[in-house]
Design a binder for this molecule. Structure first.
Ligand code: NAP
Ligand code: G4F
Length: 333
């Protein structure tokens, strides 16, 4: 029988890669999109005729129940969230509504429609925030540093709680930062690679950043959606940390990105206090031993390869005058 999967956050970076993976494995794919006055499906435009789009919103319980009744999925991947950390200080209540309570709404919808549905929750390494141990694993205590991180901790625990309370097959994937040519332009990796491309093409003269000492464990998004899928194919539901086990600073990212375009970063990069955060996450590093052993998941692409891929994509796209998530360019990204 053909598997059916419903993805919330289909229009985001991870949603687009996950849709490709599931279609490639023979699934019928349904994607939740929220209504907007302009079309916002560029990242999945190349999959338009293979996906069924369902209008729903994490803020609207009834719409989630209707989406499940219509799609009758075997698997639900809850990727939708207000996912940009700085915005969570500007809109903390809305972030809590989407990113925290939205998870409960989806779990309640599953309880109401079909308790057999397997559920994936997109949890985050931001939950570790100011970690008490290095590297971070599933048992590392949480110390979130933003309203976003706090909301994700709620989403994680309600997922665990519904597994324990109602015996749902509910998994929480604690994913460390993952990037790609489909990354939103507000996140630091893409801000840098697009900034480098603009400078290379003479469209810009400088790149202004915040805290370049912050360190993250950055991997390639396409590889991370494979881990999500593998979690839902196990005999038992569980929680997994997913990352590369290697950390780099924002300054490292800058150096590698400029060098990939044969430019010297020192000629172009400035810092500005306006990009500093009220509370920073200084350093994150994943211990993915459990995912390695139980899921057989391991990252393949190195940090330098990832950043070079993103720089190349942005130079190619901007050079051709293609839109940010051009379906032509994305088909090969
Ligand atoms: P993203 O590119 O920002 O995509 C977020 C998605 O959520 C978009 O499709 C967005 O739809 C949708 N969304 C937001 N609010 C919604 C609502 N109220 N109802 C329905 N849909 C809504 O994020 P991503 O990088 O793909 O990340 C996917 C998930 O993983 C997020 O939950 C994120 O917090 C989490 N995560 C990401 C990383 C990472 O490094 N990328 C690491 C750990 C965890 P619109 O297109 O309409 O805005
Ligand atoms: O790229 P970022 O905005 O990602 P951040 O805050 O780590 O969050 C991302 O990863 C999380 C997983 O850990 C996800 F859950 C979350 O949804 C999101 O995908 O910032 C990375 C670092 C920060 O320390 C920030 O202070 O880069 C630093 N940074 C320095 N200058 C900057 C800038 N970040 C941004 N966005 N813009 C800057 O100019």
């Amino acid at each position: 029988m053909k598997g059916r999967a419903l993805i919330t956050g289909l229009t985001g970076q991870d949603g687009s890669y996950l849709a490709e993976l599931l279609l490639g494995r023979g699934y019928e794919v349904f994607g939740v999109v929220r209504r907007s006055s302009s079309v916002n499906c560029e990242r999945v435009a190349h999959l338009n005729d293979q996906i069924t789009f369902i209008q729903a919103d994490l803020l609207d319980q009834t719409s989630l129940i209707s989406a499940l009744r219509r799609a009758r999925p075997h698997e639900v991947y809850n990727l939708a969230a207000q996912s940009f950390v700085p915005t969570s200080w500007e809109q903390p209540v809305l972030t809590g509504e989407f990113t925290a309570l939205g998870v409960t709404r989806m779990l309640e919808a599953i309880r109401a429609v079909d308790r057999g549905i397997r559920f994936y929750q997109a949890s985050s390494s931001e939950m570790f925030g100011k970690p008490s141990e290095f590297p971070q694993r599933e048992t590392t205590p949480f110390h979130p540093r933003s309203p976003y991180g706090v909301a994700k901790v709620y989403g994680h625990y309600v997922t665990v709680n519904y597994r324990e309370s109602y015996d749902l097959f509910a998994c929480s994937g604690i994913l460390f930062n993952h990037e790609s040519p489909r990354r939103g332009i507000e996140f630091v990796s893409r801000k840098i690679t697009q900034g480098v491309a603009k400078i290379k093409l003479g469209l810009s003269k400088e790149l202004v950043l915040g805290n370049v000492d912050a360190q993250r464990d950055w991997g390639f998004a396409e590889e991370y959606v494979e881990a999500m899928w593998r979690m839902l194919q196990q005999d038992e539901p569980d929680d997994y940390v997913v990352g590369t086990g290697v950390a780099h600073s924002v300054a490292d990212l800058v150096r590698i990105a400029f060098s990939a375009a044969n430019l010297d970063w020192q000629d172009f990069v400035k810092t500005d206090e306006s990009f500093l955060r009220p509370a920073e996450v200084d350093h994150l590093l994943a211990d993915s031993s459990k995912a390695n052993t139980k899921l057989g998941w391991k990252p393949k692409i190195s940090f330098s390869e990832l950043i070079a891929m993103m720089v190349d994509y942005d130079i190619y796209r901007l050079g051709k005058g293609l839109p940010l998530y051009s379906s032509v360019a994305l088909a090969g990204s």
